[in-house]
Design a protein around this ligand. Structure first.
Ligand SMILES: C[S@@+](CC[C@H](N)C(=O)[O-])C[C@H]1O[C@@H](n2cnc3c(N)ncnc32)[C@H](O)[C@@H]1O
Length: 373
C-alpha cells in the first residue's frame, strides 16, 4: 500500500514537534564533539512515524555510529511502550570513548534506554546472534555492494515489516556508491516495489505540515523504503531528470557553441539551486555553474554563482562547514575568483579545526596541477 506521508504528518504532528526540540538539544553537542549526525530530518521523522504505525517488537539498526538515527527509533519505541532495538556496529570506541557509552550518551530525553541493546562486531556475524523475525530494519552501514549482497540475502528474508536503506537515491539522483548500484539493480531484477523517501519528502515540503517542527539537519533524504513481504512492480523506482542531466545538456550545448540555448538550461539549474536549500552539495553545483558561465563569457553571472557558493558553505552546519571551506577554497582558486578566495582564506585562518583539511586540499590541488589533471 502506498505511504500517505501527509496523513502521517497530520496524525503525528504534535509528537514530532516535541521530538524535534528534544533532538535539537542533542544535535549541537554532537556536532561540536565531531560525531556524525548524518540522518536528514524528514527521513528521521518518517522512520519515527513508520515505527509508531507498525508497532514493531524487534527493530534492527545496522549501524548506529554515534547514535543519531538511534534517537528516532528509540523515541518511537518508547512512545509505543513496546519493542526492543538491537543496534550493530563494528566500532568499539569513538574518540577513545566506549561505543556503548557514546551511543547511550547521545540519546535524547524522550528515549527509554532499557529498550536498547548494542552489539559490537561485524554485523554479518553479530546479527545472527539475535535470531527470529525482525519487524523494522534500518540499514545505514557499510556502503558497498558486497555488504548489500549480504543484507539482501541474509537479513531481508527475516523481515516482516518496513525496511529503510539509507544513502541509495534522492528523488532525482542516485548515489554513486556500489551499494546504491547493487540495490537499484536488485530491485529491478527482482521487480520489488519500493518508495523513494525523497518523493514523499518533496510532497510534504510543499505543504505547511512541517512548518513548526524545529530544524536539526535539514538535508534532503536519499533513503529507500521497502515493505516485507515484498510486493512486486515492473518499474520499482522512477527518477525524474536531475541536475546532473541538465549539466550534461548545458555542457554539450556549450561544446556546440550554442551559448543562448546553454544559458536557458543554466537558468533552469540555478532555479533548482535557489529554490531547494535542502539539496546536498549545492556549493559544488554552483561552482560548476560558475565554470559554465565563464565558458559562455558571462563573468558577472559566474561571479554571482561563486558568491552564492560562498554563502552556502559559510551558512552550513559546523561539521559541514569545517569540511566544505577547504574544498571551496580550491574551487574558487580554479575559477580565479580572487576576491572570494582571499575572503575565505581569512575565515579559514580563523578556523583552526579546518587547517588540517585545508593543507590536505592544497596538497591535492598541487598534485593535480603537477599531474595536469
Ligand atoms: C554512516 S554510519 C551510520 C550513521 C548513523 N546511522 C547515524 O545516524 O549517524 C555507518 C556505520 O556503519 C558501521 N559499519 C561499517 N561496516 C560495518 C560492519 N561490517 N558491521 C557493523 N557496522 C559496520 C561504521 O562503523 C559506522 O559507524
Amino acid at each position: 500500500m502506498p505511504i500517505d506521508a501527509r496523513a502521517l504528518y497530520k496524525k503525528y504532528h504534535d509528537e514530532l514537534s516535541v521530538l524535534s526540540r528534544s533532538l535539537r538539544k542533542k544535535f549541537y553537542p554532537m556536532q561540536k564533539a565531531g560525531y556524525l549526525t548524518t540522518f536528514g530530518d524528514v527521513e528521521g521523522e518518517m522512520m519515527y512515524m513508520l515505527i509508531r504505525e507498525g508497532q514493531p517488537e524487534t527493530v534492527f539498526e545496522i549501524s548506529p555510529n554515534a547514535g543519531w538515527s538511534t534517537n528516532y527509533i528509540l523515541a518511537a519505541l518508547t512512545k509505543n511502550k513496546k519493542g526492543t532495538l538491537h543496534s550493530f556496529d563494528i566500532l568499539t570506541h569513538m574518540f577513545g570513548r566506549p561505543m556503548e557509552e557514546t551511543v547511550r550518551g547521545n540519546q535524547c530525553d524522550l528515549c527509554d534506554l532499557s529498550r536498547f541493546q548494542l552489539h559490537i562486531g561485524d554485523a554479518r556475524e553479530t546479527a545472527k546472534t539475535v535470531p527470529g523475525e525482525i519487524q523494522f530494519l534500518l540499514i545505514d552501514s557499510c556502503h558497498t555492494d558486497w555488504f548489500a549482497k549480504w543484507f539482501t540475502s541474509e537479513v531481508f528474508p527475516r523481515v516482516r515489516g518496513t525496511i529503510i536503506v539509507q544513502d541509495i537515491s534522492h528523488w532525482d539522483r542516485r548515489e554513486s556508491s556500489s551499494e546504491a548500484t547493487f540495490m537499484l539493480d536488485w530491485l529491478l531484477r527482482e521487480k520489488i516495489d519500493a518508495t523513494l523517501l525523497g518523493d514523499l519528502e518533496k510532497d510534504v515540503r510543499s505543504t505547511d505540515l512541517r512548518n513548526d517542527i524545529a530544524e536539526r539537519r535539514g538535508l534532503r533524504s536519499n533513503s529507500l523504503i521497502i515493505r516485507a513481504p515484498f510486493t512486486h512492480a515492473d518499474a520499482p523506482v522512477t527518477f525524474k531528470p536531475g541536475l546532473d542531466e541538465l549539466i550534461k545538456e548545458a555542457v554539450s550545448l556549450i561544446d556546440r557553441g550554442d551559448a543562448v540555448a546553454a544559458d536557458i538550461v543554466l537558468s533552469r539549474i540555478m532555479h533548482v539551486l535557489v529554490t531547494d536549500p535542502t539539496r546536498v552539495n549545492r556549493h559544488r553545483f554552483l561552482m560548476k555553474l560558475c565554470e559554465l558561465y565563464q565558458r559562455i563569457g558571462d563573468q558577472d553571472e559566474a561571479h554571482r554563482c561563486a558568491q552564492r557558493a560562498f554563502g552556502v558553505v559559510l551558512g552550513s552546519d559546523y561539521q559541514q562547514r569545517r569540511k566544505l571551506m577547504p574544498e571551496l577554497l580550491i574551487l574558487l582558486l580554479r575559477r580565479h575568483q580572487w576576491q572570494l578566495f582571499f575572503q575565505l582564506k581569512c575565515v579559514l585562518l580563523l578556523s583552526p579545526s579546518s587547517w588540517g583539511l585545508m593543507l590536505k586540499a592544497k596538497f591535492q590541488f598541487l598534485k593535480n596541477v603537477l599531474l595536469r589533471k
